[in-house]
Design a protein around this ligand. Structure first.
Ligand SMILES: Nc1nc2c(ncn2[C@@H]2O[C@H](COP(=O)(O)OP(=O)(O)OP(=O)(O)O)[C@@H](O)[C@H]2O)c(=O)[nH]1
Length: 330
């Protein structure tokens, strides 16, 4: 690491952090950026919560924990140590194994929905990464549909996501009335008076408003006392937990439907995964956020299997896994 020397601003790697509560639309925003950032080569850092990496299902080739995306950009998992992951990207930009330096123009980091952005921000502003990277902005995606002050005020991470967001993307506006959108925007302004709010559906915001905007408040580092030193080694989860389920037999559709209708505990805020149903030849991508879920079909590229992650507070992991086991065909 000490091989790096201080570099001029223009050579620092610009960094955008995407944060936001569970299921708000962060990966959707990341995909929007990757699809529309022509002529830029982006490195993406993803920090999945739970031990099954669902978000990387849209990725193609894997080289160690660095992944080449379909559009030539690269993606790297954080695996609990953010600083190391950033250095892996910087080292790759500096020189690759074949001796050729690689062009990387931008770094986008997607946090988990339960991450407090402050320690992550301080990792960029309060360590030697400050000399190698340029924090551009923290973008916070807020779900206009499931935004609930009780949940948000009960979670330091969720509150800090809004308070430290330089830009707030108020997403899923297709799911709610204008008055609810106004109400949520009112809450956001009550937490952060001068918040810049962009309303969106499917996180479709103009990239010129969110990237290379130089909005990051670099004084955060001075404002925060030494007591909140960057905990980049262990990203904290604010009381949330993830339960992972893998099934090597298919689910019976009816049983899984019953699970969703009657057995899914209220403290599950978010679930996502790949589902294998006995009654279908297809691979089903399952997304649940709040009480709403979607299932999209695609073709199996691998042997069929079920992989599901459920995220919430105080989950009874054993009972959830037992219930899901019972959804599988005998
Ligand atoms: N109706 C609607 N659905 C949306 C919108 N934006 C995202 N979604 C859906 O909401 C679900 C969650 O979106 P993601 O982008 O995966 O959310 P996330 O914030 O990355 O989720 P986690 O990282 O698991 O916390 C997916 O099924 C998306 O397709 C929107 O504006 N409207």
């Amino acid at each position: 690491m000490s091989a790096f020397v201080t570099v001029p601003n223009s050579q620092k790697l610009p960094v955008t952090i995407i944060t936001g509560f569970l299921g708000s639309g962060k990966t959707t925003l990341l995909n929007h950026i990757l699809k529309n950032l022509e002529d830029f080569k982006v490195a993406v850092l993803v920090n999945e919560f739970g031990d099954i990496n669902i978000d990387s299902q849209f990725l193609i080739a894997v080289e160690e924990d660095m992944i080449e995306l379909t559009n030539g950009c690269i993606c790297c998992t954080i695996n609990n140590n953010l600083t190391d992951a950033v250095y892996r990207v910087l080292e790759r930009r500096d020189s690759r194994r074949d001796g050729k330096a690689e062009r990387i123009d931008y770094l986008v980091l997607e946090t988990t929905g339960v991450a407090d952005p402050l320690p992550i921000t301080l990792t960029f502003l309060g360590t030697e990464l400050r000399d190698l990277t340029q924090l551009d902005a923290i973008i916070t995606v807020v779900d206009a549909e499931t935004f609930d002050p009780d949940v948000h005020y009960g979670s330091d991470a969720a509150l800090n996501q809004i308070i430290y967001g330089d830009i707030i993307v108020l997403n899923k506006t297709d799911q709610v009335s204008t008055s609810k959108i106004d109400e949520v925007e009112g809450y956001i302004h009550s937490l952060k008076e001068k918040a810049r709010v962009l309303r969106s559906t499917y996180s479709q915001v103009p990239l010129s408003l969110i990237l290379d905007v130089q909005l990051a408040d670099t004084s955060i580092e001075q404002q925060e006392s030494i007591s909140s030193t960057p905990s980049s080694k262990h990203l904290q989860n604010d009381g949330f937990m993830a339960v992972s389920f893998k099934g090597d037999r298919p689910f019976a559709i009816k049983k899984f439907q019953q699970f969703l209708d009657y057995q899914l505990p209220d403290n599950v805020f978010r679930a996502k995964g790949i589902l294998w149903f006995a009654e279908s030849q297809k691979r089903h991508l399952f997304q649940l956020s709040g009480r709403r879920f979607t299932i999209d079909d695609s073709k199996w590229e691998t042997a069929p299997k079920t992989e599901l992650v459920l995220i919430g507070r105080k989950l009874d992991a054993l009972s959830l896994i037992q219930t899901l086991n019972n959804c599988m065909t005998r």
